[in-house]
Design a protein around this ligand. Structure first.
Ligand SMILES: Cc1cc2nc3c(=O)[nH]c(=O)nc-3n(C[C@H](O)[C@H](O)[C@H](O)COP(=O)(O)O)c2cc1C
Length: 210
């Protein structure tokens, strides 16, 4: 993907303000088969930042709208869409708004280091230029499916995360899923609303050169 827009464009955005993201693309440099074959968890990242175009493409692949009636890139049990998606980068913490393909700045601070601490000191999270954090509002799914909805929420996030890993690979980026963290500590760092629980984190960036 041609990198025309810098991630740093998000820096001047004030807390609570939104920015429309560059449009997603549906044609890329790599086949889905190549992306599956090449994907490997990466835990050593170059400080080089992916562009805003790449960040936008990743968010779209995870939770973007792909139909006129509002269905998303990843399947969701009963189309209940229990996931809320955040992006942590050097320019703050952002909430993804699928309907507008926009981000809203939730925090102006770079939360990556405290986020790494909340993930039991997995320091690569502080180094990765991007981390996508999925939080769930379980009630959206359990209100229809009862207790069985709990497992559906975790199936949903697996779909969204795999889209993210394969999209990252197709953009020439590496990624790693992170499930080991202190839920309360992550919720505190991200200042999540009380109805949201963090359930999965994906750290993304260019692979460090050996
Ligand atoms: C549910 C889940 C949770 C994971 N949590 C972590 C984690 O907290 N930290 C980490 O470094 N890797 C984590 N991983 C990545 C696995 O260690 C990795 O997928 C596995 O070693 C296989 O390697 P591969 O991804 O390169 O195929 C997690 C993977 C899954 C599926």
């Amino acid at each position: 993907m041609e990198m025309r827009r810098q991630l740093g464009e998000l820096a001047p955005l004030a807390a609570g303000k939104s920015a429309e993201l560059p449009p997603h693309r549906e044609v890329g440099q790599m086949t889905v088969e190549e992306a599956i074959a090449r994907r490997r968890s990466v835990r050593s990242f170059s400080p080089e930042e992916p562009g805003l175009d790449a960040a936008a493409q990743l968010l779209w692949a995870a939770q973007g709208i792909t139909s006129e009636d509002g269905l998303r890139a990843a399947p969701s049990a009963g189309a209940r869409y229990p996931l809320e998606t955040c992006l942590a980068c050097p320019y703050g913490l952002f909430h993804y708004e699928p309907a507008k393909h926009a981000v809203t700045k939730a925090q102006v601070e770079d939360v990556r280091a405290p986020l790494a601490s909340a993930c039991f000191g997995q320091t690569f999270i502080a180094d990765a230029p991007l981390s996508v954090i999925f939080a769930a509002v379980h009630e959206r799914t359990t209100s229809r499916y009862g207790d069985r909805g709990i497992r559906y929420v975790y199936m949903d996030v697996g779909h969204a995360a795999e889209n993210l890993h394969l999209q990252a690979e197709a953009l020439g980026l590496g990624s790693v899923p992170v499930g080991a963290f202190d839920d309360d500590a992550v919720a505190e760092v991200l200042r999540l609303p009380s109805d949201q629980r963090p359930i999965y984190i994906v750290a993304i960036g260019f692979r460090a050169r050996a």
